[in-house]
Design a protein around this ligand. Structure first.
Ligand SMILES: Cc1cc2nc3c(=O)[nH]c(=O)nc-3n(C[C@H](O)[C@H](O)[C@H](O)COP(=O)(O)OP(=O)(O)OC[C@H]3O[C@@H](n4cnc5c(N)ncnc54)[C@H](O)[C@@H]3O)c2cc1C
Length: 419
């Protein structure tokens, strides 16, 4: 049975008609023998892709296969920052497309994803930072994307806990602010897409690991082997984030990716004290406050590749040192927990969304430390690519082929960090 539609009327009806509707938000069917499209990975990007295949392209015989639980990968582990102020024109177009979709996503999915445009402020601590951030601001404005420069006093007015005292190791010399940036609730994004896709007929199959990709005599994909049996499909989309290299190796492809642990941590919950998102690329730390009251703090990747879903302790302590200097009022807060995820990083720090040399095999990966914010846009353009067999104009530059021909989208040099 499809879940009921959320509306004021439903709320009122349920308030007066006994127990609320607690039916499951998505179906949990057994795997079918064949589908038009199989998506490997039920993170936000995979689920969004399935939703758009069904909603926009009328392709409803779709299975999303997940080796663990839905949203249990990086989608459920990230620090939920959403913004579009990237430097390169191709990236800015992609992330701005996503940001526009965020603005109407709760309505489109009929599910509250708690998108909160509370502003993302990026701090400048030295002359180099000022030049880099101002360059971003000018490039963004030319592309019609909001981004503005704040003096230190204006930055403090926007974020009162910010420390402007003299003699700091990381003095605040100014900041770039994207007011439309902010956060969204990561679990709700996965659940909202799952609910909406399932209602359109998409099968979401959890605890179903893909162990092989089958190919026919011509080399095209013909299906997958899974821990729950074989499934036939002429189109397969790999959206497996930190494990893309492993999954693509099943089809004999070697990817230009390195996988690193990336960690985050949260404090004990406190009353609302932190009104926005603050990031510092130089220190490699960023912070916001969740609706539960926890301070959500992100750090940088470990310096070495690994599949261990934790992160080095020295990375977390370095981040906390910097956070406490920037916001001394948090010095006595206790940290509640930390965790890690595995991020796939490309040589130019931009994602890969498109076709592969194997007919019928499509890939969406390489989002590194910053793919959550792209979820709605990525799902939409990837669905277009799978449905039509050709990239959408927005993801055309993000081809796998760019590493062969050298047409890189070098956010690595441009941004250094991309949460
Ligand atoms: C600590 C941390 C903080 C971050 N902070 C931010 C942030 O603030 N803002 C931002 O924009 N981005 C952030 N990111 C990055 C962001 O989380 C990811 O780029 C994004 O969530 C990737 O989504 P996805 O759907 O592609 O991957 P995932 O959610 O990881 O989904 C991939 C799924 O594939 C499944 N899978 C893998 N192998 C198989 C297989 N063989 N068979 C079946 N299923 C398989 C996995 O179990 C997983 O559920 C952060 C990441 C981390 C780890």
């Amino acid at each position: 049975m499809a879940p009921s539609r959320f509306s004021l009327l439903t709320l009122l009806r349920q308030a007066f008609s006994g127990p609320p509707d607690l039916s499951a938000h998505w179906r949990s069917p057994a795997p079918g023998p064949a589908y038009d499209v199989v998506i490997i990975g039920a993170g936000g990007h995979g689920l969004a892709t399935a939703f758009h295949l069904a909603a926009e392209h009328g392709i409803r015989r779709v299975a999303v296969l997940e080796k663990g639980w839905l949203g249990g990968g990086n989608t459920g582990r990230n620090t939920t920052i959403v913004r579009s102020n990237y430097l390169m024109a191709e990236s800015a177009a992609l992330y701005e497309h996503a940001l526009r979709l965020w603005e109407g996503l709760s309505q489109a999915l009929n599910y509250n994803v708690m998108y909160s445009p509370r502003g993302v402020m990026m701090l400048a601590h030295n002359v180099h930072d000022i030049a880099v951030l101002k360059r971003h601001i000018y490039a963004n404005r030319l592309a019609g994307i909001d981004n503005e420069w704040l003096s230190p006093a204006e930055a403090k007015a926007f974020c009162p806990p910010l420390n402007l005292a003299g003699g700091m190791r990381y003095p605040v010399l100014g900041a770039a602010l994207q007011r439309r940036g902010g956060t969204a609730r990561h679990d709700a994004v996965a659940w909202g897409y799952a609910r909406a896709a399932s209602a359109l007929g998409v099968d979401i199959i959890q605890n179903c690991e893909v162990t092989a990709i089958d190919r026919d005599r011509a080399g095209a994909v013909s299906g997958v082997e899974t821990t729950r049996g074989a499934i036939a499909a002429r189109k397969i989309g790999v959206v497996a984030a930190g494990h893309t290299s492993v999954v693509m190796a099943l089809a004999g492809l070697r990817m230009p990716l390195e996988s690193y642990p990336l960690q985050a941590l949260v404090s004990e919950p406190v009353k609302p004290v932190f009104p926005c998102v603050v990031m510092s690329n130089t220190i490699h730390a960023y912070i916001s406050q969740s609706d539960k009251g926890e301070l959500v703090i992100g750090a940088g990747t470990d310096a070495y590749v690994s599949y261990s879903q934790t992160g080095g302790l020295h990375i977390a302590t370095h981040t906390l040192d910097a956070i406490c200097e920037l916001f001394p009022m948090f010095r006595r807060l206790r940290m509640l927990r930390n965790w890690g995820g595995i991020v796939d990083v490309t040589p130019d720090r931009s994602p890969i969304i498109g076709l592969t040399p194997v007919p019928g095999l499509f890939v969406n990966c390489g989002w590194g430390t910053g793919g959550f914010k792209a979820t709605p846009g990525s799902g939409q353009v990837f669905a277009h690519t799978i449905a039509t067999g050709a990239p959408h104009p927005i993801n055309a530059p993000f081809s796998l082929d760019r590493f062969r021909c050298g047409r890189l989208i070098d956010e690595a040099a441009a941004a250094a960090v991309a949460h």
